[in-house]
Structure formats: C-alpha cells, structure tokens
Design a protein around this ligand. Structure first.
Ligand code: FFO
Ligand code: ATP
Length: 204
C-alpha cells in the first residue's frame, strides 16, 4: 500500500487507481481557484522560457523560429492557451498534438489564433491534419495527471507522449520537455519501463 502525501491511498503499482483519484481531485478544483492557478502557471512557463531561451523576441535565430508544443486543455488540465497567443505574437511557432493513429506517436500541427479546430480522437480539439509539421519541437509542454519527485509523469494511460519522445530518441537531447501540473498532482509511484522523465516539472 502507498499513502501519498496528498492523502490518496493506492495499492503498490496501481497506476489506474492513482490516475482516477487524481483526475477526480483535479476536476473538482473550483473554477475561480483554477483560473488563478492557470494564470500563475502561464507566468511561470513564460519566465522559464525566457530563462532558457533569453527572451521571447529572440525566439527567431538564424535557424528560424523556435517551436513549442502546447496542448488544448481537457479534463481540468491547466489552460495555457492564453500564453499561446503571447508566444505567437513573439514569433514562436505554436503546435498542438494530433492523434492520427491510436497507439502510435503523436503528430503536431501548427496552431494560429483565428483557426478553426476539429474534434479529434478522444473528443480533443486539434488543428486540421493538413497543418501537421514534421519538425521536432524545441520545447514540448506536457500535461500531467500526476508526477513524482524524479520528474516522471502519469498521463491518461495511452502512452502517447512516451511513444512520441521515444520516437525522437536519436534527437531527444535537443527537445526540452516541460511537465505542467497542479501541485496536488505530486504523488509517489514507480516509473514503468517506457516512462521518460521530464526535464522540468512546473507545478502550481
Ligand atoms: N490536452 C491533451 N491533449 C492530448 C493529450 C493530453 O494528455 N492532453 N494526450 C496525451 O497523451 C493525447 C491524447 N491522449 C489520451 C489518451 C487516452 C485518453 C483516454 O480517454 N483514455 C481512456 C482509457 C484508455 C484506454 O483504456 O483505451 C480513458 O481515460 O477513459 C484520452 C486522451 C493527445 N492530446
Ligand atoms: N515507447 C513505447 N513503445 C511501446 N509502448 C509504449 C511506449 N510507451 C508507452 N507504451 C505503452 O503505453 C501504455 C500506457 O503507458 P503509461 O501508463 O505510461 O501512459 P501515460 O504516460 O500515463 O499516458 P500519456 O503519455 O498518453 O498521457 C502502456 O501500456 C505502455 O506499455
């Protein structure tokens, strides 16, 4: 048995039970509180990007614009889309995940402010597949249902981000992975064989 510090109790290695308890806790976060936390997380991510990349306006260099993969929020995930618009204004290319095929790596498509999004797999809004780009993003921001002290994350159990990062393994040193979560998502669990730790977890 594992007693997590936020009071959740699960059997050892029961990722499914942990996932569903974390999800119901996250979905019951009051809207007003969520709004404040999301604004803090946008500010934290923005500061982090400035620290790593030296200011938004230098997002273009001789190699072209910097690319960042965000996500369209579902199931009470932090909403970082307000930051997407600031990043676009500052010259970043913003990408969103597209599930073209189940049990396969994610693809990423260019997002722009006025675009219409389609309802994709799992009911998640995503850009049209004609906007898919083949590049590996400089930064991938990954929502976490839970995370542990060693920067491993728990997602929805599809293994999509793990498969995607594994598929970039030859270039993975160039991809900066940022897990984002609410602090209540910090729990103890053992990493599984496919789990790839995040470079950084930002939690509010
Ligand atoms: N906002 C957002 N978009 C994202 C992700 C994400 O984590 N967040 N993804 C990150 O991967 C991908 C979608 N991944 C998903 C994986 C599983 C389920 C899902 O509903 N799973 C079922 C159980 C799985 C099964 O047994 O087949 C469920 O929860 O009921 C949803 C999304 C791509 N887009
Ligand atoms: N690189 C990979 N190759 C093959 N299967 C993989 C790979 N990565 C993960 N999987 C499979 O995906 C399934 C889900 O993995 P896991 O529980 O780690 O998902 P998750 O990280 O919570 O989900 P997600 O990344 O979609 O948010 C597991 O059955 C695992 O075997």
């Amino acid at each position: 048995m594992v007693i997590h510090k936020n009071g959740i109790v699960t059997a050892n290695a029961d990722r499914g039970a942990l996932r569903s308890q974390l999800l119901s806790a996250r979905m019951s976060l009051p809207q007003a509180e969520k709004g404040l936390l999301d604004a803090r997380l946008c500010a934290l991510l923005s500061t982090h990007l400035k620290t790593v990349y030296g200011g938004f306006l230098e997002s273009s260099d001789s190699m072209g614009a910097k690319t960042i993969a965000l996500y369209w929020p579902i199931r009470g995930e932090p909403d970082l889309m307000p930051l997407a618009h600031d990043l676009l204004d500052a010259g970043w290319q913003v990408l969103l995940p597209v599930v073209l095929e189940k049990h396969a790596p994610l693809r990423f498509a260019a997002y722009s402010s006025q675009m219409n999004l389609n309802v994709g797999a799992y009911g998640i809004l995503e850009p049209d597949e004609r906007d898919i780009v083949d590049c590996i993003p400089h930064v991938v921001v990954i929502p976490c249902v839970g995370f542990n002290a060693a920067n491993y994350r728990l997602g929805y159990g599809g293994g999509y981000y793990d498969r995607t990062l594994a598929s970039w393994r030859h270039a993975v040193a160039d991809v900066h992975t940022v897990g984002v979560a609410y602090a209540a998502g910090c729990v103890d669990f053992a990493a599984s064989e496919f789990d790839i730790p995040m470079d950084v977890i930002l939690a509010v």
